[in-house]
Write a protein that binds this ligand. Structure first.
Ligand SMILES: NC(=O)C1=CN([C@@H]2O[C@H](COP(=O)(O)OP(=O)(O)OC[C@H]3O[C@@H](n4cnc5c(N)ncnc54)[C@H](OP(=O)(O)O)[C@@H]3O)[C@@H](O)[C@H]2O)C=CC1
Ligand SMILES: O=C1CO[C@H](CO)[C@@H](O)[C@@H]1O
Length: 337
């Protein structure tokens, strides 16, 4: 096809491989890869029939590409993104946007100057049941949201056996439960009821062997008029993730594992299913890939903008600071500085 965009996936580890596969499935891009690890690069190129593979970002950017997925560990996202925009590419950047605010306003200025686009890959936003719940909330039918309760946990070693050997083991490279896993919940919570204005947090390393970063987190937030609470651990046996919004005239609950949202308005009545669609994990990433390409085509805004990704980065950093300082923190402080 001649109208396919040329997409470069930078980093084809765990999530980069999934992006490669899911973008290929859209049939709207011709994908090449850039990966430092030679064995991995060759294996993935052979497995997915990738014609152009690069060991080095400068070599990759010297060849013509239209857009890139940045799927390196988080502390490298801004440097790699900046170089890619300088080369004229639009970007889908993995979460979290970064591990600090260095270079972010410069990247925003460069995007504007080069007239390029960027979206952040907070993949929950591609979930049709979560989007349906947001539409139901925004319709006003249930009145104003007043409380948000987010509960999640999973056995991380089961899903990511290599966790001790990857970026996860250190906060500097984007590791720990806050930056790696809870950030999905915080971003989805902001999507549903608005940005976090203030928060206070507690966390600890409780169980995971071979690392000393936090694996259990509790956060209390204020998001406008909404009082929020978030809990997450990475060691419990059950894989669960639910987001409940209590409004003036009813409540709505998104349950990731059920792939639905339900609502209830009367005491002692039955929950009603608002939307359900069974999804494979890849389907979610294909939807995210299609939404990104639609954004580049000018059909819609990004699922998660760079500004929204920066807001959630400020939330991540506020959580880390709140625990260290044992106090309430306002994320806006990071953005204004
Ligand atoms: N949305 C989601 O559900 C998920 C998101 N993520 C996010 O995606 C990002 C990557 O995570 P994950 O795939 O698990 O990490 P991995 O460590 O599995 O893969 C990252 C890969 O990038 C390579 N790499 C590092 N620097 C460069 C570079 N400059 N150029 C090219 N390749 C490079 C690494 O090579 P080497 O090992 O040699 O350094 C590694 O192979 C993180 O930000 C993470 O938070 C991760 C999992 C799920
Ligand atoms: O984004 C991700 C999905 O969730 C996992 C945790 O459960 C993370 O490790 C990963 O980075």
């Amino acid at each position: 096809m001649t109208d396919q965009r040329r997409l470069l996936v930078v980093g084809v580890g765990s999530i980069g491989e999934r992006h490669l596969r899911c973008f290929q499935a859209t049939d709207r891009v011709d994908v090449s890869i850039c990966e430092l690890n030679a064995d991995l690069r060759e294996k993935i190129a052979a497995q997915y029939g990738v014609e152009r593979q690069y060991a080095d970002l400068d070599m990759a950017l010297a060849d013509p590409h239209d857009c890139a997925v940045i799927a390196t560990p988080a502390h490298l996202h801004i440097d790699v993104s900046t170089r890619a925009v300088e080369a004229g590419l639009d970007l889908l950047i993995e979460k979290p946007l970064s591990t600090n605010f260095k270079g972010i306003s410069e990247l925003q200025n460069l995007l504007q100057q080069k007239q390029k686009k960027a979206a952040i890959a907070y993949v929950y936003r591609a979930h049709p049941a979560l989007a349906a719940m947001k539409a139901a909330l925004d319709s006003g039918k249930y009145g104003k949201p007043v409380e948000l309760v987010v509960v999640s946990g999973q056995n991380f070693p089961t899903y990511r056996p290599a966790y001790r050997d990857i970026y996860y083991k250190s906060r500097e490279t984007g590791g720990g439960a806050v930056q790696d896993a809870l950030t999905h919940s915080m971003n989805a919570g902001e999507y549903l009821v608005g940005p976090v204005n203030a928060l206070v947090a507690d966390f600890s390393h409780q169980v995971l062997e071979g690392v000393d970063v936090e694996d259990t987190v509790h956060v209390i937030t204020r998001q406008g008029n909404v009082m929020g609470s978030f809990t997450l651990n990475q060691h419990q046996p059950a894989n669960e993730s639910s987001m409940t919004v209590i409004c003036e005239r009813g409540m709505l609950r998104f349950e990731y594992q059920k792939s639905w949202f339900r609502w209830i308005t009367e005491p002692d009545s039955e929950w009603q299913v608002g939307y359900q669609e069974t999804l494979e994990r890849d389907t979610l990433f294909q939807r995210q890939a299609s939404a990104f390409l639609d954004y580049l085509d000018g059909f819609c805004p990004p699922l998660c903008s760079l500004e929204e990704g920066a807001q959630t980065l400020a939330v991540n950093l506020s959580i880390l600071d709140s625990v260290e300082q044992r106090s309430w923190i306002e994320p806006a402080h990071y953005i204004s500085n």
